[in-house]
Design a protein around this ligand. Sequence first.
Ligand code: GDP
Length: 305
Amino acid sequence: KETLDKGLEKSKTSFFGKLNKAVAGKSKVDEDVLDNLEEILVSSDVGVNTTLKIIDRIEARVAQDKYLGTSELNQILREEIAGLLSETNSGEDTEFVIPKDKKPYVLMVVGVNGVGKTTTIGKLAYQFKKQGLKVVLGAADTFRAAAIEQLQVWADRVDVPMIRQNMGSDPASVAFDSVKAGVDQDADVIIIDTAGRLHNKINLMNELSKVKRVMQKVIDDAPHDVLLVLDGSTGQNAFEQAKQFTAATEVTSLAVTKLDGTAKGGVVIGISDQFKIPVKYIGVGEGLEDLQVFNKIEFVDSFFK
Ligand code: GDP
């Protein structure tokens, strides 16, 4: 909770600084306040479509209540944003729970370099292990030697086995070995890192589908989750990457990192709404404990407190 509060601090300060200015001297939510609010939401990287949706909902409440005081605006925003997040994020979990019939659970992680993919995998491995789960990592980002080495550092730090081959080897082959090793070692969770080269869309698509296909030779419904990691501090870039990856493969959940480093945490709301994919994790710092299972209620509570 404290980590979340701290992680959202920059976004909160920026948002409420602007909002307070927009309602200064006004007792009632009027056109002017709504126009300003719209601008503030867009500048917080909520995205235009999602912003318009939120404004529409608040307008409807203004119309319904006839008079809406600016002092109530905070509460109403919190309700409407929680409502919006509920459309995509159904769960209110605080811990990841593996479905009983999906062991080992295969988690395939996608995303471009630099977004915090390796760190997120390391943090996930740490958390799963802390929950008493047996974890195997697979270094299927074979495009860069550094990617394999960086993941190895995390595997060593968290003390979980990692399956690897040489740089340049076939990612699908590493994925196959990893899933196989996970089954043989009676693992609970297998986390597969993948290469995130976006410059060639067809290659990316082919590579990811081959990785999936090969996993399914071992576990026929694998991967159980395809987690796209996005850097929350990159705003429109994160939206663009989400667009490209969802076009290349079926993404089933999102991790939004580096929220602690940005004043534009609204990206979490916009992305989950635009792509109708649940945000499962948020990164709010560089430490092992700084990856949180996304809980929409805690998120809005922390933000609108
Ligand atoms: P990758 O290339 O996508 O695998 O990215 P890395 O996992 O190597 O992360 C890139 C940088 O972002 C590293 O310096 C991480 O420590 C940092 N990072 C990752 N997640 C977070 C986060 O939630 N908050 C902050 N402040 N930094 C993060």
